[in-house]
Design a binder for this molecule. Sequence first.
Ligand code: PLP
Ligand code: COI
Length: 340
Amino acid sequence: MAKQDIKDLDWKNLGFEYRDLPYSYNEEFKDGKWQNGGLTTESTLTLSEGAEELHYGQEVFEGMKAYRTKDGSINLFRPDMNAKRLNNSAKRLVMQTYPEDKFVAAVKEVVKVNEDFVPPYGSGGSLYIRPFMIGTEPVVGVSPSSTYTFHIYATPVGAYIKGLHPMPYVVSQYDRAAYAGTGQAKTAGNYAGSLLPGKEAHDAGFAGELYLDPRQHKYIDEFGGANFYAIGKDGKFYTPKSDSILPSITKKSILTIAKDLGLDPTETHIDVNDLDEFTEAGAMGTAAVISPVGSLTNNGKKHVFYSETEPGPVTQKLYDSLYGIQEGDAEDKYGWVEKV
Ligand code: PLP
Ligand code: COI
């Protein structure tokens, strides 16, 4: 694949796709230690046909963004939390951990050398950063790898879910992750398992699928690539409490923002049969940012939230507050932003 020519980019219509940028970051773990990696122009990985990751899915990843600010500088949003979550995911998959300070430094290096590809302020785009780790040892039996590759690539993206336009979603009859399974880890298998539910949802005209708790199929868990929230008729902010969802960094931040906005945020079980209790709903995540849910269809019954065409007022406020901090327009009073 050819390297991306910057002249071919239309900053306002980037979509959400892979582009091969000048630099990536790579480091190998072998002989019991990380081997001093660094920036590389090589964006292809070479693996043994027996590599653990190819057969038994020993992979963990992160998703984060670099934002261009009005003054031309570049912001990262809580990169230390991505470093921590990668290691939590790695522990669940019996993988090596990667030093958290090195993770943040490596992300900054990748952004800096690819700086020209950070979309301009106001374009709606950002530089998506994808750190990941794979088990590389050739194995036949199911056991953890003793060698790993840690790698980071970056690619300029627009919104994953388009702007603040409400979209129709469907409650999936499938599970994303098992009860006491790998739902809290950001690992490839959870997403592989979501491909069929996602395809069926899209084929039926929905923007995506929402999973219920895998034990009872009663409480809302999360979307395939984002956490769920809803605004109650009581004006409060609700988001699912569950052991099978990804601990979203966006959600954690929104819980703080919602408290500041007087929305009395609560993490609790949300019964899928209680949708009438809510006036607004949305998806939240790095790629999704804040995306309003226009409607949710469960067992053929469609429930419309605030509107199918306009974002609700609380959703708009949450979006403005979060994106304002990320893009550097709003006060960063919790020190979430880190300059590249
Ligand atoms: N849930 C899933 C399944 C995800 O893939 C993501 C995306 O990273 C999220 C939630 C949101 O997490 P974060 O806000 O840390 O990006
Ligand atoms: C992210 O939001 O960073 C993710 O990894 C979600 C993915 C489905 C694009």
